[in-house]
Design a protein around this ligand. Structure first.
Ligand code: UD1
Length: 428
């Protein structure tokens, strides 16, 4: 079991480059199933969730090769249409393979992904969208058996009651195999959906409107191999910005589109950071104390991202004044709060609301990550705390951050991964 050991209280300086987006690369790798040729995907981060996606592709009969940050998927010899339970459990978002497998093979066998660390994660909208396209889906004993009628998938109008990211993506992938045109209304507008559209177009698909609330797909185009570069991870960028806000100092975050992070940078500016944005770069400086800010309400894009709530909260634990958080996206997204309180933070949670009363200092503590972004929040808090923190549960963090410790060390942070769980406290 590996842990992070973080010695806090040092300001961060320097430059960090943001790796490819987890939430983009997962649907893109699933989309590779659609294409009876070779897809070349650049800027693929080496994350455990990406390795899980590659394992699913290989199980399906694809040939997958990774060379540096480029993953090549040859889906021409697809032999299967099932995803075994063990692989479904490894990554909740493996449900994204449903639409693609069905569109390519005309049938699919998956197990229900079940809940996750963030609480219940229903897939009713995914299933409703795919049913609307004509699929017959039988839910039985935790398994999903999906088949198509003789006429196959048919383009249709899909009205999502919530702009779900995953349901929008699944509907887009499935609609690529449907005859005629599909219109997805109240589609999620996240930048990762625009990225998926870019990849699908590179394969020859006719997809329009991503980034707006209406996505239109004209299906059954002849798809061919294609090449795509995954967008930078805006949540990794938000985490690094929060780290500088927590620890103080000045750093430049490269590779990220500042327009995708304006809700986060606006909050950090209000809290007292100096933020300057340019093409593919954000510079942040924090030299005075942070101030509490107006209520932060998570919302679908372009609102404040739920994935940035934990790291931003970690930074605001040390601030003058009070900040209210309202988590509107997921039920159990305050699992980092108890751990932050172990470090001396003052936070009260009631349902969807967390009230952070800023304190002057945090102290290092033994901590446990319970989910991906909550785990990143503990790293952020530890960087701004006095003394040494040890963080367990790195498997959660490794799902979405590649080489977080190296990136932060490059900015002057004292953070190390100890592979054996520690033992004594070595000198940093
Ligand atoms: C994606 C992101 C995740 C991010 C989330 C919200 C990926 C791999 N993950 O997750 O990092 O936190 O968007 O920005 O891209 N819902 C239903 N029924 C459904 C589907 C969703 O009720 O069938 C609800 C969810 O419970 C949640 C809300 O819709 O309350 C939004 O979820 P959704 O946008 O689907 O999130 P994911 O795609 O799972």
């Amino acid at each position: 079991m590996s842990i992070y050991q973080v010695e806090g209280g040092r300001t961060l300086e320097g430059t960090a480059i943001v790796h490819g987006a987890k939430n983009s690369v997962l649907p893109i790798l699933a989309a590779a199933v659609l294409c009876p040729g070779v897809s070349v995907v650049h800027n693929c981060p080496d994350l455990s969730d990406v390795r899980a996606s590659i394992a699913i592709l290989e199980h399906l009969g694809c040939r997958v090769e990774r060379s540096g940050d480029t993953v090549t998927v040859d889906a021409s010899g697809l032999t299967r249409n099932d995803v075994p339970d063990a692989l479904m459990r490894e990554m909740r978002s493996s449900v994204i393979f449903l639409g693609a497998i069905l569109a390519r093979t005309g049938a699919a066998e998956l197990s229900m992904p079940g809940g996750c660390e963030l609480g219940p994660r229903p897939i009713d909208l995914h299933l409703a969208a795919i049913r609307a396209l004509g699929a017959e889906i039988r839910e039985e004993g935790g398994a999903l058996h999906c088949a198509l009628p003789k006429c196959g998938l048919r383009g249709c109008q899909i009205d999502l009651s919530i702009p779900s990211v995953g349901a929008t993506e699944n509907a887009m992938l499935c609609a690529c195999g449907a005859a005629g045109t599909t219109v997805i209304n109240n589609a999620a507008r996240e930048p990762e959906i625009v990225d998926l559209q870019g990849f699908l177009r590179a394969l020859g698909a006719d997809v329009r409107g991503a980034g707006t609330s209406t996505v239109t797909v004209t299906g059954r185009k002849t798809l061919h191999g294609g090449e795509h570069t995954v967008m930078p991870d805006r949540i990794v960028a938000a985490t690094l910005l929060s780290a500088v806000a927590a620890a103080g100092g000045e750093a430049e975050i490269l590779g990220t589109d500042y327009r995708q992070l304006s809700t986060v940078t606006a909050i950090l500016t209000e809290a007292g950071c100096r933020v300057r944005s340019g093409e593919q770069r954000i510079t942040i400086r924090r030299d005075g104390p942070l101030q509490g800010v107006r209520p932060i309400r998570t919302a679908p894009y372009p609102g404040f991202p739920t994935d940035a709530q934990p790291p931003v909260m970690a930074a605001l634990c040390r601030s003058r004044g009070t900040t209210v958080f309202v988590e509107n996206m997921f039920e159990s997204r305050y699992r980092h709060v108890d751990e932050l309180c172990r470090m001396g933070a003052r936070i009260r949670v009631e349902g969807r609301v967390a009230v952070v009363c800023g304190v002057e200092r945090l102290h290092g503590a033994p901590l446990r990550a319970a989910d991906l972004r909550g785990g990143a929040a503990l790293v952020v808090a530890a960087l701004g705390a006095e003394g040494v923190s040890r963080i367990e549960g790195l498997s959660h963090i490794d799902r979405g951050y590649h080489g977080l410790e190296e990136t932060l060390r490059g900015m002057g942070a004292q953070i190390r991964r100890l592979e054996d769980g520690g033992g004594g406290l070595p000198n940093l």
